[in-house]
Design a binder for this molecule. Sequence first.
Ligand code: ADP
Ligand code: MG
Length: 352
Amino acid sequence: MALCFFSLNMKKRIIQIGFLIILLIVIYVRISHEKSKPLKETRLALGTFVTIDIQEKNRQNREIIDSVFSIIQIYEKQFSLTYPKSETNRINNSENSILISEDMQDILMISKQISNETEGAFDITVGKIINLYDFANETIPSIEEIDSALVYVGYKKISCIDSELFKDDPTIFIDLGGIAKGFIVDKAVTYLKQKGITQAVINAGGDLFVMQNPEKDVWKVGIQHPRNPSALFGSVEVRDIAVVTSGDYEQFFMKDGKRIHHIIDPQTGFPSYNSISVTVIAPNTTIADALCTALFVMGPEKAIKLVNHKDDIEALIVFENNGELCYVFSNNFDKYNFTLIDSTAQFRKDIQ
Ligand code: ADP
Ligand code: MG
């Protein structure tokens, strides 16, 4: 009897252990399945929404995304004007010369290259003027204030020799808002590639880098409509490339019927009205970002002329003419299968 009772207990135990093992296997399979899922995450960074979308199934996706956001935050603290101790603010508070980091040397070198190519349409010393516009309180500077600040604007007023930056005048003030986002996206892409990721998209509020698409050859990327926040202007099909859009709708307020926005013509100190939105497609996000801001200021004719001389860069310029929405694009822009969504927009062939 006792023996029989003991073996019944044993059976129960074996069944319980069996269930436990099955349960553990189910949990393990679920966890490992979860861990190897594609992962997409959006966080607030760089003054906008940043999305990292890793499409491939990778067990380290969570770790990688966290690291990418940490990298973004480190660079934001280095370049942004909002952090009092940022390297940019140290430069702005310095006297005539200061030692700078390698990343700062790189970003300043690319800035200068784009300034030279665009005859100063891109100019980080425009920071002196941008400071005069108060977007939060919707106030604009007087002509006198602009004129006295313009004295300190000019990309040739700063120069670098190795790790030393020289300012012609201590009051010169740089603002990397037109290039830093692209530079940081490129750093994030480099990190993803180092981690073996080949199928991902990074979108930092309109500064996009798309890698490969796991399902199709290309990604279809929507281009924001500059006058309708809930609509697209068009779309392109791309892979392994940066797609950057800058527009006068990103940061603006209306004053006496005029749109006061954040892309400034360094020649005049006023917002530029030559374009309303520019999209650049290029292999490098840093260059695409800076060039986008510059092309905006240059306006459609000059912008298209410049881009048509570059083999690996294409651009779409949207502008207004007598109240009509017009657009033009560079010679090979169509290789990205551009599809116009706003059919009311006029294609200006004459400008090409
Ligand atoms: P975003 O994508 O954030 O809208 P953009 O790439 O369009 O930014 O650049 C706009 C920012 O660049 C402004 O907020 C300002 O910091 C800076 N900026 C404005 N005008 C110029 C200019 N002509 N050259 C260089 N930087 C500029
Ligand atoms: Mg830019």
